[in-house]
Design a binder for this molecule. Structure first.
Ligand code: HEC
Ligand code: HEC
Length: 418
């Protein structure tokens, strides 16, 4: 591991990067300016028609592309065999898999609604996979000697970073791309593989819903982190909890090759990491479109009436004043990520064993850009704060802010308004 070289310095921060701090500008206006800036940045380098086509292409990749990772999920883990024999739709929904209602033909929708479809049969799972209706799962369903078989399976980005709006039934609805699937238990799915040794199976099986450890297969340590949102990142030039990359595409490349098992090559000298899957590259030339799509995903606004506006306005004052939050959650994106990373101790989730920062390429944490907080509890990279109230209470206790109960409530209302 070469992370030590980075601790105590800002090794991936080129000097002189333009800052965007403009704390004298009112918050709403700052957000509008940030969006305009991000949109114009995203649009430069081509006409808006080209950009729209690129975003559309990126959406297809995000939702449907496996980068050839069937080599890992089928050929190595043999998960298609497990799904074929023992994963009925009820089990699939219970481990947090989601079904895209827009991929279902009308007659099937009606049959599900009327109870005519057997949700306790793996054959139904195969039918859904055959329609590409299981979010983030791609499978080949074929007739083999007159029997319907699932011959291969792979995963896409949408598995972890999309959910559905439950409009049809719990777990069945329209796709919500970029929303982290906090119901999904990716470790439990991997743990189904007959190919794992008992020790690895115990690790994967222990992570729990909404969590995944994208470094376990690299360093062998066990410390899952929350699946984060992939929306609201326009303008943030520091990606992952630890700011490992300047651009989304850096981490997409890492995950597609190192975690998903897609065909291609990923090299990261800071982690002493070099991974080559297959002899072809099915990742690199998709990264630009994939990034454009993610940059187009806006953070969802809080539901109307979900917070007290007057309390939120008081909370905004506290955020910039007595509570001192804006010292790090600064500027229009409510983060100083474009200027600096923080020592591990600045995270309210630390001390943690193993420290997630120490396993990263930077050895540090990024101040999380605060957006759509209402949508994705729990909080901090390890999910150790169950609610925004727990977040505020932890800062209050650790930093000695001496907030009154009313002030803490106002700050929570403000966080809920973002
Ligand atoms: C098995 C679940 C899983 C899959 C599949 C997955 N991710 Fe992630 N993703 C995570 C986790 C966990 C993290 C947090 C890692 C970190 O920040 O250190 C993450 C981080 C990210 C981030 C960083 C967000 C931020 O706040 O900086 C982006 C963007 C992202 N993923 C996009 C993608 C894309 C695009 C794909 C497909 C190529 C993908 N992910 C596949 C689990 C997954
Ligand atoms: C010294 C810098 C610093 C200060 C001051 C600070 N934060 Fe943070 N904040 C961070 C860092 C770093 C993280 C990421 C921690 C992690 O995930 O382990 C973070 C994460 C968060 C998160 C979690 C977001 C998510 O999506 O999981 C919230 C909410 C938050 N901070 C709110 C606040 C509030 C409210 C205050 C003021 C009381 C505050 N912060 C003060 C640096 C700071």
């Amino acid at each position: 591991m070469s992370t030590d070289q980075c601790i105590g310095s800002t090794c991936n921060r080129p000097a002189g990067r333009a800052g965007q701090r403009s704390s004298s500008v009112p918050h709403g206006l700052r957000r509008a300016l940030a969006l305009m800036l991000a949109t114009s940045l995203a649009a430069c380098g081509g006409s808006s028609d080209d950009e729209a086509a690129r975003i559309e292409q990126g959406r297809e990749i995000f939702r449907h592309d496996t980068f050839g990772d069937e080599t890992f999920w089928s050929d190595t883990l043999r998960l298609h065999e497990v799904i074929e024999t023992s994963v009925d739709p009820q089990t699939a929904l219970a481990v947090g898999l989601k079904v895209d209602v827009d991929a279902l033909p009308d007659d099937l929708r009606e049959a599900i609604a009327s109870g005519a479809v057997d949700l306790a049969s793996p054959a139904t799972t195969l039918a859904l996979i055959g329609l590409d209706a299981v979010v983030g799962i791609r499978g080949s369903v074929e007739q083999v000697s007159g029997v319907t078989r699932l011959t291969r399976i792979g995963i896409t980005c949408a598995l972890c970073h999309s959910t559905v709006d439950d409009s049809f039934a719990p777990g069945i609805g329209h796709r919500l791309d970029g929303w982290p699937n906090r119901d999904l238990d990716p470790g439990a799915i991997v743990a189904l593989s007959p190919e794992l040794d008992p020790a690895s199976r115990a690790v994967y099986g222990g992570w729990g819903k909404g969590r995944f450890d994208p470094r376990f297969n690299v360093d062998g340590l066990d410390g899952p982190v929350l699946i984060p949102p992939a929306y609201g990142l326009a303008g943030v030039r520091s990606i992952t909890y630890t700011g490992d990359g300047d651009e989304i595409r850096y981490w997409n490349h890492y995950v597609a090759v190192v975690e998903m098992g897609g065909h291609g090559r990923f090299v990261e000298p800071r982690l002493n990491l070099e991974v080559q899957n297959g002899s072809d590259d099915r990742v690199s030339d998709k990264l630009a479109a994939l990034q454009a799509y993610q940059l187009s995903l806006a953070a969802p606004a809080p539901p109307p009436g979900s917070f007290d506006a007057a309390a939120a306005a008081r909370g905004a004052q506290l955020f910039g004043g007595k509570a001192g939050c804006a010292g790090c959650h600064a500027g229009p994106l409510l983060t100083d990520a474009n200027q600096r990373l923080h020592p591990a101790a600045d995270s309210m989730a630390e001390p943690e064993m193993p420290s997630y920062a120490s396993r990263s390429a930077t050895g540090r944490y990024r101040s999380t850009p605060l957006r759509a907080l209402w949508q994705h509890p729990p909080y901090f990279h390890d999910g150790s704060a169950a609610s925004l109230d727990a977040v505020v209470r932890r800062y209050d206790a650790r930093l000695g802010l001496q907030l009154t109960d009313d002030e803490a409530g106002d700050l929570v209302a403000y966080l809920n308004s973002l």
